[in-house]
Ligand binder design. Structure first.
Ligand code: HEM
Length: 159
């Protein structure tokens, strides 16, 4: 019965469990692979500029293969700015227009903004198609460097 349900679900919804998406139903997560440690430079090479290389992004230091989201993150797409880097700050501040928010520097963010980052992190972790590949070695933040100022035209995400 379970097998039949899985087959019917796959034929109709192209997912194994009737559209319920979770990392547990993503077969790619069951391929044994060594968790890789990326340098920021290596991550940057996976920003979609080379169509034959996987498209990666990072959040809070974790690296995800988001190749199946090429329409979101590929060159020319709305969220290309997240590709090939750890832009955790922008995930928290909703600031898509300023390059100084495309950073893993989360100093000075509010509880709500930090919770926003955690929410996106969970999103990538639980996504049915995206796969966590490893981590990125992030350059340490210089405590003396100025904190990026708040973003005036942060776009609230639709609910
Ligand atoms: C005016 C504000 C915004 C609108 C109308 C909007 C709309 C959308 C829509 C329609 C999608 C596609 C959803 C789907 O097909 O499942 C999407 C995806 C996405 N949005 Fe936004 N968005 C907005 C702001 C933002 C902001 C501020 C962020 C960053 C924090 C953001 C991050 C994302 C990401 C990362 C995805 C891709 C999710 C994935 O990989 O599956 N959006 N957005």
């Amino acid at each position: 019965m379970l097998g039949l349900s899985v087959c019917m679900s796959y034929l109709i919804t192209e997912t194994a469990f009737w559209g319920h998406s979770s990392k547990w139903t993503n077969w790619r997560n069951y391929i044994p692979r060594q968790k890789r440690v990326f340098t920021q430079h290596e991550l940057a090479m996976h920003d979609g500029s080379s169509p034959d290389m996987p498209l990666l992004l990072a959040i809070e230091g974790d690296v995800y293969d988001v190749s199946s989201g090429w329409g979101f993150y590929g060159p020319g797409s709305s969220y290309h700015l997240f590709a090939g880097r750890d832009a955790s700050r922008a995930f928290g501040t909703n600031c898509l227009s300023r390059s100084d928010h495309l950073t893993h520097d989360t100093r000075g963010l509010s509880e709500k903004e930090l919770a926003g980052i955690k929410g996106w992190h969970r999103y990538f972790d639980n996504h049915q198609q995206y796969v966590k590949l490893g981590i990125v070695q992030l350059s340490p933040i210089d405590p003396a460097a100025p904190i990026p100022p708040p973003c005036e035209d942060a776009k609230p995400r639709p609910k």
